[in-house]
Design a protein around this ligand. Structure first.
Ligand code: HEM
Length: 494
């Protein structure tokens, strides 16, 4: 057995057997064979609470079971998660090495098969093959012009806001958070805009795992395959063409599979991130006050949300390539481990006070780490930063239109998705997204949502017959730009 250097205490416990006297031995609701707590079913509805119970019982790595009582380790510690994802010599993402796959207990008919089944994509590959596939993805991403991207995110936000701003109310999940990332991703991969809504519906259906999920997956794959073939024949300056032309020489199937990976990873994670940030800002008076008072920027609010509510709460999974030890547990070759992003982010060893601000600290696990670290994080951050900022600029008086306790979530082991976020605001006129944004839509008085940092700065220029040319404004006391500069930056797409 190889003993990891980061954890002194190895155990000789048999894999997945809780120590004698451990409360997990107690048989009861939520506990399966071998005394393993189940990560599914009614007892696991509040996964956050269950993870804390497991942390108290077992420490940073706990034995649990998935559907069909398939055993797995859940990694709860921040350091242990980081160690696992950054040590490819000991842990792989290739599920074919998992004992449960090899003995058929996590086979094709397992409810989590879509997360488990090995696919020829970079998320499941390792070594040279991972370098080849991931190299093509990151190579194509380096061709993205972030200045134009931010400008596009602004325009897409304006279009979405125009659809509901005259009504004075909206659902910011169904009408905003779920559409903005898909619109941006379709633009990046070079797909016609007409596809956006259909792709949102198909992806939502696919990720929910409803009865029509297979048909939706087929629709997504057929659209992406046609798009790949079209770009092979008619290259353009877009992500798809750069993926095709990369020296890694991906096949058409590999290109389509990676477009699907990028589209779905980006769609689900970024939609969750935007919804989480907006909910946090709408329901937590601390963040509202900090944003209004200029002690926090929208990107900082996004980062805080990545700590508190990571868009992917766990990733299934990592698999041990050899006998080893992690967090005091003896891990056998072929064991599966759940990358616990949400529990890792609230590990009391790094966050003794969960209410304390994490401003300036980006060491959360939301984007993973090691060889598989999310290559699209700058894109995800840009969509959330620019989208939320531009939305608040258009709707400075936005408020939650229900009791916070009425908000509903759809939770799986991998993510927690806000179902809807009803809001109300004073009805506003639409804006021409191709023209300089009209400042008339903004109230003349500073509203609670005004995100400028200067207390003395007006919320917006006084309404007039024509929008005045933006005047350069001095940076605020904390060096942050004032309202005019932000409007100017917004218009220029920075
Ligand atoms: C807020 C948004 C996002 C979050 C929180 C997020 C999070 C993650 C996480 C946790 C992983 C898995 C890491 C692991 O396996 O250890 C991942 C992988 C990946 N993400 Fe993201 N992601 C986001 C946005 C995006 C975007 C916008 C794109 C593409 C444009 C993207 C593309 C990918 C790809 C291709 C992988 C697989 C990388 C590999 O296995 O080598 N993600 N992401």
């Amino acid at each position: 057995m190889t003993t990891e250097s980061h954890s002194p205490a190895g155990t000789e416990e048999p894999a997945f057997g809780p120590p004698p006297g451990c409360p997990a031995h107690a048989v009861g609701p939520g506990v399966g064979p071998g005394g393993l707590r189940r990560l599914h079913g009614p007892e696991a509805e509040d996964l956050g609470a269950l993870y804390e119970k497991l942390r108290a019982e077992h420490g940073p790595v706990a034995p649990v079971s998935l559907h069909d009582d398939v055993p797995i380790w859940v990694v709860l510690g921040h350091a242990e998660n980081l160690h696992m994802i950054s040590t490819p010599s000991h842990y792989t993402r290739d599920s074919r090495l998992w004992t449960a796959v090899q003995d058929g207990s996590a086979g094709a008919d397992h409810p989590l098969a879509p997360h488990i089944a090995w696919q020829p994509i970079c998320s499941h590959a390792e070594g040279d093959e991972h370098l080849r596939l991931r190299g093509a993805v990151t190579g194509a991403m380096t061709t993205i012009d972030f200045r134009s991207l931010r400008r596009y995110i602004n325009r897409a936000t304006q279009r979405l806001v125009n659809a509901f701003c005259p009504l004075g109310k909206a659902d910011l999940v169904g009408q905003f958070a779920e559409h903005l990332p898909m619109s941006v991703l379709c633009e990046i991969i070079g797909m016609p805009e007409d596809y956006n809504d259909r792709m949102v519906h198909a992806s939502r259906d696919l990720l929910k795992g409803t009865d029509t999920a297979i048909a939706s997956n087929e629709y997504v794959m057929s659209v992406l395959t046609q798009h790949t073939l079209r770009r092979r024949a008619e290259p353009e300056d877009d992500f798809t063409t750069h993926l095709i032309n990369h020296p890694a020489r991906l096949t058409d199937d590999e290109v389509a599979q990676h477009l699907r990976l990028v589209l779905l990873a980006a769609y689900e994670a970024t939609a969750n991130l935007i919804a989480n940030v907006l909910r946090m800002l709408l329901t937590d008076p601390r963040f509202r006050a900090q944003l209004n008072g200029g002690q926090m920027t929208v990107p900082e609010a996004v980062e805080q949300s990545l700590w508190n509510e990571p868009p992917f709460s766990a990733v299934l999974g990592y698999f041990a390539k050899q006998d080893t030890e992690l967090g005091g547990q003896c891990i056998r070759k072929g064991d599966g481990l759940l990358f616990g992003i949400a529990p890792g982010n609230v590990d009391p060893r790094i966050r003794p006070d969960l209410a304390a601000s994490m401003q300036g600290n980006r060491s959360h696990l939301a984007f993973g780490g090691g060889p598989h670290e999310c290559p699209g994080q700058d894109i995800g951050r840009a969509i959330a930063d620019v989208g939320v900022d531009a939305l608040l600029l258009r709707l400075p008086d936005v408020e939650l239109d229900c009791d916070e306790s009425d908000l509903r979530w759809r939770s799986t082991m991998s993510s927690r998705h806000l179902v809807d976020l009803p809001v109300r605001f004073e009805p506003k006129p639409t804006q021409d997204v191709t023209q300089r944004p009209s400042v008339r839509a903004l109230p003349s008085q500073r509203a609670p949502w005004q995100v400028t940092t200067e207390d003395t700065a007006p919320a917006a220029p006084a309404p007039g017959p024509a929008a005045p040319a933006p005047a350069p404004a001095a940076p605020g006391p904390a060096g942050r730009p004032g309202a005019w500069q932000r409007l100017l930056r917004w218009w220029r797409g920075h």
